[in-house]
Design a protein around this ligand. Sequence first.
Ligand code: AMP
Length: 283
Amino acid sequence: MPDPVPIAYDLAGLRGQLAAWRALGETIVLVPTMGALHAGHISLVDIAKRHGSKIVMSIFVNPTQFAPTEDLSTYPRSLEEDVAKFADAGGDLVFAPDVETMYPQGFVTTVVPAGPATAGLEDRFRPTHFAGVATIVAKLFNQCRPDAAVFGEKDYQQLKVLTCLARDLDFETKIVAAPIVREADGLALSSRNVYLTADERQRAPALQQALAQCAGAIRAGEPFADAVAKASSLTEAAGFAIDYIEARQAETLARLSDPAEKPVRLLAAARIGRTRLIDNVAV
Ligand code: AMP
C-alpha cells in the first residue's frame, strides 16, 4: 500500500507543504487536472517524476473554462478515487481547492491569450475557453511556483497556449508536453468518454483512424485539402458531426500557406451523440 497522499484544500495548506519541501531542496512539478483520473493523467505523473522530486496534482473543475451551455454541472467528479490513483502512481500532494478559494468574492482579473489561442480551432466553438484556462493556470503557477508543469498533447491547442503564457508572462516554470495515451482501439483517453453509449464507444475510434490515415496520405504526398476531405468523409460516415478537421503548422497553429511547411499537426473536434471529442496527430 502506498503512503496516503496529503490533500491541501486551501492556499495556506498548499504553500506550507511546498515551502517545507523547498527548504529541503526538493523540486516541484505540477500536474494540473480536472480530476476523473484515467491512465492519460497517470502518464503525466510518470513523466513529471523525470522533471522534479515532488509531484503535486491540482484537481479543480474550473468553471471559467466552461461555456454556460457546456457540461460543468455533470462533469465527472471522483476526488476520493482520484487521490487513491495518484497515491498509487507515487504522487506527493493533491491540491483540491473549492471554487471560492480560486475565485473569491470580488475576483475581476482575467488572462486573455492570443496567438495559438485565437487560431480558429477550439476557440471558434468555445470562445471564452482559453481565457478560463490561461487564468486558472496562471493562478496555479503563482500558487505553486512549480519548477515544471506537465500538460498532455491530447489538448494540443491548450498546450501551445500555455507554452506562450509561460514565456510571455515570465513564469519560471518549464512546460513539459506529454504524448496522448490511447485505448487499444485508438480512442484517446478522456474523462468525457464515460458519456459515450456502447454504440458510440464502438464508433468513436473512427475519428483517430481518419486522422491517422490523413497523416499517412499527406506524408505520401497527397495534397492537404484532398487528404483532409477524405478524413472528414470517414469521420462523418462513422456518425460524427464535425466541428473542425484541419492541418496546421504544429508550433504556431497557423494556417498552412506553403504546403511544404513543417512540422504539421492535424487537429480535430467532432461530436458523436451528446459527446464532443477532440484529437490530434503529428504528420
Ligand atoms: P483534464 O483533466 O481533462 O483537464 O486533463 C488534465 C491534463 O491531462 C491535461 O494536460 C490533458 O491534456 C491531459 N490529458 C487528458 N487526457 C489525456 C490523454 N489521453 N493522454 C495524455 N494526456 C491527457
